[in-house]
Design a protein around this ligand. Structure first.
Ligand code: SAM
Length: 286
């Protein structure tokens, strides 16, 4: 049985909070038998190593990430525009079109944040009732709600509050580095897609060239955080950018992401590179 409810935040913003009861727990798909007979789960594939400059203990990471996005939500669109030299909206739209998003599809935007990917889908002709966004950060969801009227659900990519085979298209923009386990995430994306459905994951990758790496590090880790702090007067805006850079520099290589997608049941797994820092991962559910 599925059940959905709507809750109201303090600011009066409606956020649909999904409560899907009796859902199948699919997180522990990969089981193997130990010689002693006890089942063990596959080790999680973390997107990056621990970053003690930002959170003291691994268990504190999820809370740190959500707090960081909550605290910087109202500056996020400006930060994103500065990061991408103003191309963030056009790029998301182009990537969705190239991945085959069509107006008749039902789409889930995982890690929807303030809604830049969801907005790109609306700009491509999807009606708001065909687009659902999910994100753990209430602050980001509230910013999203101010700008458009799609369904917004508070939740994590690793445990999506939706029934199996619900969507034709699933997107995830620049958030893969923030999940706890890539295997768990991709199995969830696969589960909620209908057969024949598509997934598009947009990500920034660590530049291979030493020169580009040095330039990107200076821009993201030094220049932009200083400018962001100055312009917003918010210390966390600078910290968000520094954390962004640290997760890019330490992120698992693209090959691990491709293998994790294939290992989660996806077919036709592809990576499309744009310049030396952008990668779009694309795959199909058979
Ligand atoms: C850099 S923002 C990207 C927002 C949007 N997708 C875009 O393209 O601009 C990263 C988002 O990931 C969300 N996030 C963090 N951990 C997550 C998780 N485990 N599952 C889903 N979203 C997560 C954050 O709250 C934040 O809104």
């Amino acid at each position: 049985m599925e059940e959905w409810a709507t809750s109201h935040t303090d600011s009066g913003v409606d956020i649909a909070r999904a409560q899907w009861r009796n859902r199948r727990h699919i997180a522990m798909i990969s089981m193997e038998q130990r010689p002693g007979g006890l089942p063990v789960t596959e080790a999680p594939l973390r997107p990056h190593k621990d970053l003690p400059d930002f959170y003291a203990r691994r268990e504190g990471r999820t809370e740190f990430v959500t707090r960081l996005f909550d605290g910087t939500a109202r500056y996020y669109d400006r930060i994103s525009a500065a990061l991408s030299f103003g191309t963030c909206r056009v790029y998301r739209k182009m990537a969705l079109r190239r991945a085959g998003l069509e107006p008749k599809m039902r789409m889930l935007d995982v890690a929807t944040g303030t809604g830049l990917v969801a907005q790109a889908a609306l700009d491509l002709g999807l009606s708001p009732d065909r687009v659902t966004g999910v994100d753990p950060s209430r602050g980001m969801l509230e910013e999203n709600r101010k700008a458009r009227s799609i369904q917004l659900v508070q939740g994590r990519g690793e445990s999506l509050p939706f029934p199996d085979s619900s969507f034709d298209f699933v997107s995830m923009g620049y958030a893969l580095r923030h999940v706890e386990d890539l295997g768990m995430l991709f199995r969830e994306l696969h589960r909620v897609l209908k057969p024949g459905g598509r997934v598009l994951v947009l990500e920034i990758v660590r530049p291979e060239s030493r020169l580009v790496f040095a330039i990107a590090k200076f821009y993201l880790n030094r220049l932009l955080p200083a400018v962001a702090r100055l312009v917003t007067g918010n210390r966390e805006a600078g910290q968000l950018l520094k954390f962004y850079w640290a997760t890019i520099a330490e992120c698992v290589p693209p090959q691990s992401i491709l293998s994790a997608l294939a290992g989660s049941g996806f077919a036709q797994v592809e990576r499309r590179k744009m310049g030396s820092v952008l990668s779009d991962y694309f795959a199909l559910k058979d």
